[in-house]
Design a protein around this ligand. Sequence first.
Ligand SMILES: [Zn+2]
Length: 424
Amino acid sequence: MSFDTILRNGRIAGREHEPVDIALCDGRIAAITPRSSQITQDAARDIALDGKLVIPGFVETHIHLDKSCISDRCSCRTGTLPEAIESVAAAKLAFTEQDIYARGRRTLEKAIVQGTTVMRAHVEVDPRIGLKGFRAVSQLKRDFAWALDIEICVFPQEGLLNDPGCDELLIEACDGGADLIGGCPYTDNDPHGQIARIFELAKRYDLDIDFHLDFDLDPSWMHLDEVCRHTAKSGWGGRVAIGHVTKLSALDHAALEKIGVKLANAGVAVTVLPATDLFLMGRGAEHSVPRGVAPAHRLLAQGVTCSLATNNVLNPFTPFGDCSLLRMANLYANIVQLGRSDELQACLDMVTLLPAKLMNLGDYGIAVGNPADIVVLDCADRVSAVAELGPTATLHWPGATPSLVKDDFRADLAEARSLARSLP
Ligand SMILES: [Zn+2]
């Protein structure tokens, strides 16, 4: 068997104790061999990893490319969620397809250099923006297919049943190839009506669902129950995710455990968005500000599929963002006070293996036959990856031609782009 690339002496996450050689051929992992019986063949590209950690690409389950990089267009004073929604809604009126594409591209390029290889982009659809966001992100999905797989989740950010014309646009996006559908019941005048309608459309088009849900700190009521009820009734277990669920941060352990059982039984996954939730929650407090971040690790221990994700980048919801999911894992560990080695390992899993499970990715992971979407971290194990945030090198294979994206990202990106263009 001939290989086009061999990565020598790497440590695969979860199997760090035994260094391996990894051979690649035609964009796939062709062989994994322990160092003790190393691969003797030559390959066009031979890369010494010197014992560094090898992980499958980071999986981003929740990001908004369409409204990224607009901090300079919004002047926010209170930093609250209603203000963020209002100011982005106002800025959105001036968005053009070209503008969305340019800002989305800037964000995507950051995500690529940080090692993200799969992404679920949440895209707003409503009568003000129409399908501009959907079309721009669809174009980004095509243009960046050499580097990462983008899944488009269309959703109504400003309400559905209270927004005449929105339903028709969602249907048009579903007809136009949206990969999944989302909802945002807390902005609807009939939240349960919206949840029911989203399930109806998901079933009609056979789509997975991803809701923005329960985005405050009042645990006396939640839409989560209604989502679990519809998931069970529709047989949609394993196909539904909910993002934020910040209310769960306001529950004691016993109450949280009951919710965990409910989510695990229904097959509803949870995505926690630490940067946004930290920024927007608890604004009413003058001191001892609540963190407002749902304890994903506790739900995970109960069998709920959980991921950590970026959400917003440089806008009123989150005026920060380098698109690093490794940094997000570190941030989460820090704010929910995780430090044991098994806990830090779980944090890495929540930006790799678990989001891959949430997105039902069939061929994800460092295994023979899988796509060669490989990220190399400059550390020896998962614990130091999360604790120390070492530099990242990403290996991408656009079609059959390998390109290495690492320190000099701009140059490599240009090279990779030209390679991608030259492919049949
Ligand atoms: Zn979001």
